[in-house]
Write a protein that binds this ligand. Sequence first.
Ligand code: ZN
Length: 166
Amino acid sequence: MHYKYCPKCGGKLIRRYIEHEKHHRLICSKCETIFYLNPKPTAAVVIRRDNKILFVKRKFEPQKGAWSLPAGFVEYDETVHQAGIREVKEETNLDIKIKRLLDVHSSFENADKHVLVVGFEGELMDGELKAGDDAEEVRFFDIDNLPQNIAWHCHLHFVRKATNQK
Ligand SMILES: [Zn+2]
């Protein structure tokens, strides 16, 4: 993501090498505020029922029409665990609790966005399966017959971790 103007004063941002940080940074040419760019944290959740895994068919870009785990960006006022629980509820109407951390993945799959994906395994608690506003369809897939077009490679990796496959 490339920003052009300072969020504080509207001055033009310029790129400058900062000696003590050994890094190029965006700096405001007016107020000299350093604009730090960091990856965006997201949570993705593997939910297992018998021998099946829950997937969501994406209604919007990016990756519209592809299948993904219930997942989304962490809001500023919640923990990454809460984000996982909330995204599952929003996209599938199911209530879960977080069972364990599966893995963490730095994703550069979208060219302009560095996303940090925290993969959890969730335990089904309650609720009736129903597609939310940003899901076209929600469905449990057999572990041996997962969807062909999975939106992000790391989601498949999380599924394999959760089901002890290599
Ligand atoms: Zn400024």
